[in-house]
Ligand binder design. Structure first.
Ligand code: ZN
Ligand code: CU
Length: 490
């Protein structure tokens, strides 16, 4: 007869994801579920693992990723699982791999997810089925990208939609939500969505409401008009009566440095504040495709790739411009299509935003970039090591809450994000004293230190710096029950 527990983790410090104080307890797992937390009888366990001196917490949830295709093309998900990430939310910034039906190359910035041959999910449930067949190392929950819907139903993205197009987008979105999508994302700052009106987005958001979903947005403007853009986001949420998440919140560009308090005050004072959350990554630099509008002599720009000039990857735009004897703007035009890291964020602003109790951790990592921003590999250990342990911006329990309990609640991930009886056994065991990111702008693809082992749905997937070869991720969208138990109380 099989024993009551498959595994008991003994003598660890439980950081349960709620934001409450940590405590000493044993944690028992049976199959893919946490079945007991407390002082447990180890004779009831098939296997006892002593984790004295280590912390055990819910697996981290990366709420802002562009891993749509990466989780299926490279299902071992090393950049994520090695950080202790056990679930990712894909489909951010208006860009989702599903549903997409392309007739030619993906328009910028949909090309962040891959090239035309990577877009093989004409409908949403094909994507969900694929995740459940391939079983990537991490769980996957997906948003439907507004830009992806536009690509499917409009012949020209650089204009407003007409009624028939909007109706077709609503109909398709409805189907996706029926098939398990968590909500909808927009990327209103990008040319491919910029011409869409607030009304277009509200019409779609009302469909999201019918399925109890959420609205996630890369704001229309993250620079001088950031307040207007937050206001628009709140209007969209309020008019359609759904919760909103502002992606990678920032005040970008030197002219806007120092405005983080103004932004936070605006959000806190909004009548819709209770239903607004945000995510943020722990770096003072952003990354996306190379946008001419962001070329600013005062901002360092690192070119991560260029289709026409691959030899210029890993070089600074200022160096390239000098080499070519042209202005930075002219150099940028010649490099496009290209990818870039923009050092356009003020460190103090980032710290203020990421420390806010409403802010979750999202990496915004770009897995298809040959020289990615280090956030792809380092975000989660960096928040714990640099921001919590070294700079003491918030407690370790708060850091973990921002990447687990808070995230699961806001993204409606059923029975995830807490170490609690009955919850899925997504667990990370780490050393709070030595956990540390190692990825840098020079060497981004570097494993973090201090992560001892990572379990996904009860399966040991990463341990002692290596993949175990076992994968157990699954699609985790849309389970109606919200994680209500997770109340942050300090
Ligand atoms: Zn974005
Ligand atoms: Cu993004």
């Amino acid at each position: 007869m099989s024993k009551e527990y498959d595994i008991v983790f003994k003598n660890g410090t439980v950081i349960d994801g709620s934001g409450n104080n940590s405590f000493s307890a044993d944690v028992a797992v049976k199959d893919d579920v946490i079945v007991a937390v407390g002082e447990l009888d180890e004779t009831l366990a098939e296997k006892v693992i002593d984790i004295t001196g280590k912390a055990i917490s819910p697996g981290f949830i990366d709420v802002h990723t562009h891993d749509d295709n990466a989780v299926l093309k490279s299902p071992e998900c090393l950049p994520k699982i090695s950080q202790g990430v056990t679930s990712v939310i894909v489909g951010n910034c208006g860009l989702s791999a599903a549903p997409v039906r392309l007739k030619s190359d993906p328009p910028d910035p949909l090309n962040l997810l891959g090239d035309q041959s990577d877009f093989i999910y004409p409908d949403f449930h094909t994507y969900v089925n694929h995740v459940n067949e391939i079983r990537p190392a991490v769980n996957v929950g997906a948003l439907v990208g507004h830009t992806s819907l536009r690509v499917n139903h409009m012949d020209d993205l650089f204009r407003q939609s007409v009624n028939s197009e909007l109706e077709a987008m609503c109909e398709e979105l409805d189907k996706c939500l029926e098939q398990g999508a968590i909500g909808m994302s927009t990327g209103l700052a990008y040319g491919t969505a910029r011409e869409s009106t607030t009304e277009e987005v509200i019409a779609l958001a009302k469909i999201v409401k019918q399925h109890d979903g959420i609205y996630v947005t890369h704001l229309r403007n993250e620079f001088d008009k950031v307040i207007d853009a937050i206001d628009e986001c709140c209007t969209i949420g309020e008019t359609s009566d759904i919760p909103v998440v502002i992606s990678h919140l920032k005040c970008a560009g030197p002219d806007n440095w120092g405005r983080s308090q103004e932004i936070i005050d605006f959000i806190e004072n909004s009548p819709y504040s209770d239903r607004v959350h945000m995510d943020c990554y722990p770096y003072a630099a952003g990354s996306s495709t190379l946008d001419l509008g962001q070329v600013d002599e005062r901002v360092k720009i690192l070119i991560s790739w260029s289709e026409k000039h691959p030899e210029m990857g890993k070089k600074y735009l200022s160096e390239i411009a000098e080499e070519w004897g042209v202005t930075q703007l002219e150099a940028a035009k010649k490099l496009q299509p290209a990818g870039a890291v923009y050092f356009s964020i003020n460190e103090e602003d980032m710290k203020k935003i990421i420390s806010h109790p409403k802010t979750m951790i999202g990496s915004d990592g770009l897995p298809h970039d040959p020289h990615p921003h280090p956030r792809l590999w380092g975000t989660f250990p960096r928040v714990i090591a640099k921001l919590s342990r070294e700079q003491k911006l918030f407690k370790l329990t708060e850091a973990v809450h921002k990447m687990t309990g808070l995230s699961a609640r806001n993204f409606r991930l059923h029975k995830r994000g807490l170490v609690r009886e009955g919850f899925h056994a997504d667990l990370v065991i780490f050393d709070p004293e030595t956990i540390e990111d190692s990825a840098t702008f020079d060497k981004p693809a570097t494993l973090s230190a201090g992560i001892q082992s990572v379990y996904v749905n009860g399966v040991k997937t990463f341990a002692d710096g290596q993949l175990t070869g076992h994968r157990s991720g699954r699609y985790i969208g849309k389970e109606k029950a919200v994680v209500k138990e997770c109340v942050h109380s300090n």
